[in-house]
Design a protein around this ligand. Structure first.
Ligand code: ZN
Length: 190
């Protein structure tokens, strides 16, 4: 909430009146953005609501364009807590069943800061496709030329991640984490 500009006090961990107001304002902003686009499938909606307001806006604009272009996409992952990220990291490691799905521990993934989402592509019959041309089509349909305020993992060179999208903050994960934890992350320009 703080990164979206709804909360300006020190982060003291108490749920006080200013926190209450910030939470109400945040929910109102989320509903307003939804009303400006449309209501998507339940899974996409649930994932979108885990994002920062700035990312909610971009994710909704993106998904609407993809669907209008005839590609069946859903947002299947949004924000993960550090604990959820740690649980994901343990898959396929330390004797746990695999496969390994991430190299990031808690605090090491863009998904830990409210700025990233993953999509899934589905067939008309509802089958999930974990790869295929639909992922490239979705990026072409959903993002403006150059990406606008959104960065696509399909354009990454070291680790190509075609289901992945995030706000184009221009920050490394460690810079993002530092600002997120210090309460100095400002997403309002995005
Ligand atoms: Zn991702």
């Amino acid at each position: 909430m703080r990164a979206d500009g709804f909360y300006h006090d020190d982060l003291d961990g108490d749920w006080g009146p200013n926190t209450e107001k910030a939470a109400r304002d945040y929910d109102a902003a989320a509903q307003q953005i939804r009303s400006q686009t449309r209501t998507f499938d339940a899974r996409s909606e649930g994932c979108i609501l885990t994002l920062s307001i700035a990312a909610q806006r971009r994710a909704r604009e993106f998904l609407a364009k993809v669907l209008d272009g005839g590609v069946i996409a859903r947002i299947i992952s949004g924000t993960r807590t550090y604990a959820e990220q740690d649980a994901l990291f343990r898959k396929g490691r330390f004797g746990n069943p695999g496969p390994r799905v991430t190299n990031a521990r808690g605090g090491q993934s863009n998904h830990n800061f409210g700025v990233a989402w993953d999509i899934g592509i589905f067939t008309t019959a509802g089958g999930y496709l974990d790869d295929g041309p639909g992922y490239d089509k979705a990026a072409a349909l959903g993002l403006p030329a150059g990406g606008g305020n959104v960065e696509w993992g399909g354009n990454w060179t070291t680790f190509v991640d075609r289901p992945h999208y995030q706000l184009a903050l221009g920050l490394s994960v460690s810079q993002l984490r530092q600002r997120f934890e210090a309460g100095t992350l400002d997403l309002t320009p995005f």
